[in-house]
Ligand binder design. Sequence first.
Ligand code: NAD
Length: 435
Amino acid sequence: MRIAVIGTGYVGLVSGTCFSEFGHDVICIDTDETKIARLNKGEVPIFEPGLQAMIEKNSRSGYLKFGTDLETAVSNADAVFIAVGTPSRRGDGQADLSYVYSAATEIAAALTGYTVVVTKSTVPVGTGREVARILREANPEADFDVVSNPEFLREGAAIEDFMRPDRVIVGTLEPRAQEVMSAIYRPLSLFQTPLVFTSLESAELTKYAGNAFLATKITFINEIADLCEKVGADVHDVARGIGLDRRIGAKFLHPGPGFGGSCFPKDTRALFETSMAAEAPLQIVETVIGINEKRKKAMATRVIDACDGSLTDKRIAVLGLTFKPNTDDMRESPSLDILPELIRRGATIRAYDPEGMSEARKLLEEVEFCDSSYATLEEADALVLITEWNEFRALDLDRVKSLMKTPVIVDLRNIYDPHDMTAKGFAYSSIGRPQ
Ligand code: NAD
């Protein structure tokens, strides 16, 4: 199959690379010329484990190319995947579909022969129909079908998720389009991956429903963690106890500072807006959004409490800035709520993140960025751990203690054992566990 992927970000680049690994002939297109120039030089613009090697391999064998010429790429393709961003629209929380529609307009003019146009971006119900309308209006002669094929990969494990998905959702009832999509995903039949065909609308909604459910699960365990603190229970025991029930499942039951990232916050907001417009308000989702927003901000209070009620002239060491480990993505990371609040309350901040600092520098003014974990800790009044990178789990705690002015740790990811920390002489607080 000849595939064009429009938008070479976290999803487009991973999808295009994995399709080329499947053996398809892929070209990834982006309007960002710098990004494409870097890719053509063998540089990978994002941090994603395993991606660099897979890009190198498939570029060398000629299956994977990068370019800015959308017209040629689309005219040669059997399938065109739209993987551009759909951020929250400023002001109203709805998905900003301007990138999708502008890509559709460009694609329309270039369609030649039967082409399947696939929305891989996360888009609200009705977007696929609108893309089809744009294509038809701009190019009435074109022979195409529009398919929704939402992506479920997780940053940090994107290659594994794409190559071994739990399922592939394909929103089209058109036999010709189903045939093309089946051919594209055929390599996954080796693992008996379910290919689930639905209507366009069902596929579009499946993606949002999935993300909203996961965001709800996280928010639920976060609230249970808060209750555990009040009643002397341990949230990990409770999570294990409920997670072993197969109707519930063990995943996404780890408490933390609130969900962030490029998907859950914007997708829950967009889903809620869709539900309001459809006059079927999703009250659970609305509540989850509200709780999560408050939670991220409330994390600063935990730091203030650990510092005896005041941050004035306190020096705080922060480890971890990205919204989760193994990515450089800073979008809607809890650190973007927590750090400004700590600064506002009088603290000075020294921070370190293994991959997120170049992006963080653009977003967090007044923060001093350090080259290593240990450098952040010098003379610190407290350490706040925001992202659970593996390297933070293995810190030499004696060295940590000797570097700090006062041995105070606020662990927002529960990566250390409270008993060990107390035994080592730290004033240690974490989430939802007896201290
Ligand atoms: P991103 O911001 O990393 O990448 C989007 C890319 O599209 C950018 O490189 C941009 O330059 C390019 N672009 C914009 N308009 C274009 C156009 N007209 N032609 C060519 N290129 C264009 O976004 P992302 O994180 O990859 O997300 C893409 C979509 O996938 C979103 O809808 C998102 O919700 C969804 N999604 C993301 C993830 C994730 O983990 N990041 C997971 C599942 C689904």
